[in-house]
Design a protein around this ligand. Structure first.
Ligand code: DSN
Length: 420
């Protein structure tokens, strides 16, 4: 591994890319990352990603490849698959999906026929684009029936889900969300799915690391058929996706990923996924997963104490969805920009039945996985809540922003970013 020499080559031969890389390192170190889908990965993951595995084509699966020279790629893919099965207590794992979207597409295309009905959460209530948003290819290819959350408390109305399922007879019922801060009653979904003969799928992309660390329920403990998760969010791995499933679905899933949807897997990412899944078995990771949730709850309580409106009134996971229009009279884009100006990174977010468009929505989404990775704890969340509220109450106060940015950046120096 010649990481230091490789960096020197980059600096010498492509100063523009090198400068951007240094700038991004500086940005990540000096600000607080609160986008709930982001994290700081392990140094061992960075080493695996920047390795010679990136040179290799490995279409196929271990023992059945379309190219020679697979001794070590087979080794790492087997390691990654076995570790995934151990961590998520499941019968089969496919670690080749290049991203979360490809991962979900591969499941639908592998288990269903175009035109089949899938029940999933509406986009503005927390569902992902691949859960059938009309603008997505999946929304055009399959017949999505969307369920929504209760406007009073943000809960899922399972009786309503059941009625809709009995009426629409979906082939698949999907739970697991991209912007929903509450836990899921898997047994209720499973009972409804059994009643209508549907496959059960959880998209655990956001909270896969919290399941791996034992801090949230594992859908397989409730008899779910398929769980998908990205590997770079709460799991702290490289960018990628995994499909976990029962043995009886394994062949359909594998064929759907390759050759159905993808070509050559990114073996450097698969090496890094293997590394991540070893880390995920450690006591340290279990504590990390618990702390992510403790930090999110503390942050939620502190924001509520300062009169901020949280969608669903709080959180059970790593994420908070904040209504900035009702809290401060500013839209999510303005809130994101104001927080960016003080080196706190969040993302604008539509809220349930948002009257505003996605690029100027009514809220922002924040989460604690990255801050927790840096070692921030409950007391730090209280400080963060004060900064967020002070900043959003005065989004035009540039002098205050300059002072606050200095405070945030000096605070960040106490919490080094792993791998930088
Ligand atoms: N982009 C991811 C997120 O931020 O939640 C989902 O695809």
């Amino acid at each position: 591994m010649k990481t230091i020499e490789n960096r020197k080559f980059l600096k010498q031969n492509d100063p523009a890319v090198y400068a951007a890389l240094k700038g991004e390192e500086q940005r990540q170190q000096s600000g607080i990352e609160l986008i709930p889908s982001e994290n700081y990965t392990f140094p061992e993951v960075l080493a695996s990603l920047g390795s010679v595995f990136t040179n290799k084509y490995s279409e196929g699966y271990p023992g059945r490849r379309y190219y020679g020279g697979q001794t070590f790629t087979d080794e790492i893919e087997n390691l990654a698959r076995d570790r995934a099965k151990t961590v998520f207590n499941c019968e089969h794992a496919n670690v080749q999906p290049l991203s979360g979207s490809a991962m979900n597409q591969a499941v639908y295309l592998g288990l269903l026929e175009p035109g089949d009905t899938i029940m999933a959460m509406d986009l503005s209530h927390g569902g992902h684009l691949t859960h059938g948003a009309p603008v997505s290819h999946m929304g055009k290819l399959f017949n999505f029936v969307r369920y929504v959350t209760n406007p009073l408390d943000g809960s899922i109305d399972y009786d309503r889900v059941r009625q809709d399922a009995l009426a629409s007879k979906p082939k698949m019922i999907l739970c697991g969300y991209t912007s929903y801060p509450r836990d899921i009653e898997y047994e209720r979904f499973k009972t409804i799915a059994d009643e209508v003969g549907a496959v059960t799928m959880t998209d655990a992309s956001h909270f896969g690391g919290l399941v791996a660390g034992g801090a949230m329920n594992n859908p397989f403990d409730f008899g779910f058929d398929v769980v998908t998760t990205t590997t770079h969010k709460s799991l702290r791995g490289p960018r990628g996706g995994m499909i976990l499933c029962s043995r009886k679905l394994a062949s359909k899933i594998d064929k759907s990923v390759f050759p159905g949807l993808q070509g050559g897997p990114h073996m450097n990412a698969i090496a890094a996924i293997a590394v991540t899944l070893l880390k995920a078995q450690s006591e340290e990771f279990r504590q990390y997963a618990q702390q992510v949730i403790k930090n999110a709850r503390t942050l939620a309580d502190a924001l509520i104490k300062r009169q901020m409106t949280l969608i669903t009134g709080g959180t059970d996971n790593h994420m908070l969805v904040l209504d900035t229009v009702s809290s401060f009279g500013i839209d999510g884009r303005r809130a994101e920009e104001a927080l960016d100006a003080v080196s706190i990174t969040t993302n604008k977010q539509i809220i349930p039945d948002d009257p505003n468009p996605p690029l100027r929505p009514s809220g922002i989404r924040i989460g604690t996985p990255a801050a927790t990775t840096r070692g921030m704890r409950e007391a730090d969340m209280e400080q963060l809540a004060d900064w967020i509220v002070d900043c959003l109450q005065n989004p035009e106060d540039e002098a205050m922003q300059v002072r606050m940015r200095d405070d945030v950046e000096s605070f960040c120096r106490k919490f080094p970013v792993p791998g930088i």
